[in-house]
Design a protein around this ligand. Structure first.
Ligand code: CP3
Length: 352
């Protein structure tokens, strides 16, 4: 059976600023604990083991596509998967997040970090191939963590609110910082490339915690490294999405790092984001994930408002401003997908 080419999908077209029949929608963390079918298949399998088991990766990635009818699948994995695959001692602790056995603080620590070689992630290629075959015309988004966010986990040893050791290293030993981020940009770049070469139709670089920085610090310490990670797939036919939380002041710089689409969190209205970005970028976002707990009427009004404001950009991919919260009612997500589709394909609305 032939199916439509995912390169002609609403997601890929909106990412490139081309007209679409409707506004595409997917959710960060759409696969995961909000779904009972996810909790069931994950019951006896540790997170990192699940991420390295192709049949399980395929099943978990497909679950929200089947249930919600979203316009894209996001590859089920984690930002620390390539670090673990390279041989770094990192684990994901339930309810906490990534935890690193030996925090990285010195040049010797950086020198001891391995590189990632594509052969170490052949299972990722296999998982992507399985998914692309099952998804048909629905695009698969591959992803990686950006150097700053990965560096923060490695330097702090785990999740951090203030990133104090990270900033101390940045300012106290800029050479060590740059050597660490250069290494991380190669690991992320390799991981993105493996997914794109195996058939992912778009990629997203997650710099979740980079909103902790000022614009001057971002430009000086981070942007060149994120640009290097994004450059690893620049020659492939995949649009690039670049996302962080609390990054209202950084949006233009994140676009200039080499993105087609800039992700916007819920703190900044999309028309303001589009104005800050200019006409060379599409936007993605930006419903507050907490509003999925609100009554239907105000939630629906907010979805409509976001669709309207998103028209200020050359293209709009509907998403949350950050990931789905674990206790979200999955039916609320399905209703948002339906509403985005009906609203954006009715009559003269949008970029059709
Ligand atoms: O549906 C999807 O979005 C795909 C899967 C995905 C996961 N992690 C699965 C996961 C993606 C895209 C990520 C990326 C990721 N991981 C980011 C960037 C996105 C973001 O949220 O900002 C970050 C910062 C991480 C690091 C990380 N991994 C955290 C903070 C946590 C949560 C810890 C917890 O248990 O609350 C994880 C674990 C994780 N990654 C889970 C899932 C489904 C939960 C693990 C479980 O189900 O046991």
């Amino acid at each position: 059976m032939t199916h439509p080419d995912p390169r002609d999908s609403a997601l890929v077209r909106a990412a490139r600023g081309l007209p679409t029949t409707h506004t595409p929608v997917w959710f960060m963390r759409q696969a995961g604990r909000s779904l009972p079918e996810y909790r069931e298949v994950r019951a006896d399998v540790p997170m990192l083991q699940a991420c390295r088991t192709p049949e399980l990766v395929c099943e978990i990635t497909m679950q929200p596509v089947r249930r919600h009818g979203v316009d894209a699948a996001i590859f089920f994995s984690d930002i620390v998967v390539p670090l673990a695959a390279a041989g770094i001692d990192v684990d994901i602790k339930p309810g906490i997040g990534p935890v690193v056995a030996h925090p990285v603080r010195t040049q010797a620590d950086v020198d001891a970090l391995p590189e990632l070689i594509a052969e170490q992630v052949e299972d990722i290629t296999r998982s992507v191939q399985l998914l692309v075959a099952e998804l048909g015309g629905t695009p698969l988004i591959g992803f990686a963590g950006a150097p700053f966010t990965l560096a923060s986990y490695l330097i702090e040893g785990g999740p951090s609110k203030n990133h104090e050791h990270t900033k101390a290293l940045m300012y106290g030993a800029p050479d060590v910082w740059n050597a660490l981020c250069a290494k991380l940009s190669r690991i992320s770049g390799t991981f993105l490339r493996v997914q794109a070469e195996a058939g992912a139709s778009a990629i997203q670089l997650f710099d979740s915690w980079v909103g902790a920085l000022s614009l001057p610090d971002y430009l000086r310490f981070v942007q060149p490294h994120s640009a290097a990670a994004l450059a690893a797939v620049a020659d492939l036919d995949v649009p690039r999405i670049h996302f962080g939380v609390g990054t209202g002041e950084l949006l233009a710089a994140m676009g200039e790092a080499g993105a087609d689409v800039v992700g916007v969190d819920y703190r900044l209205p999309l028309d303001v984001a589009a104005q800050r970005l200019g006409s060379a970028y599409s936007v993605q976002g930006n419903l507050d994930p907490a509003l999925l707990f609100a009554p239907r009427e105000p939630l629906e009004a907010k979805v409509r408002e976001i669709l309207t404001l998103g028209k200020a950009a050359r293209g709009h991919i509907f998403n949350l401003g950050h990931g789905v919260l674990p206790s979200t009612d999955p039916d609320a997500l399905t209703r948002v997908v339906d509403l985005v589709h009906t609203e954006s394909s009715s009559g003269s609305s949008g970029s059709a």
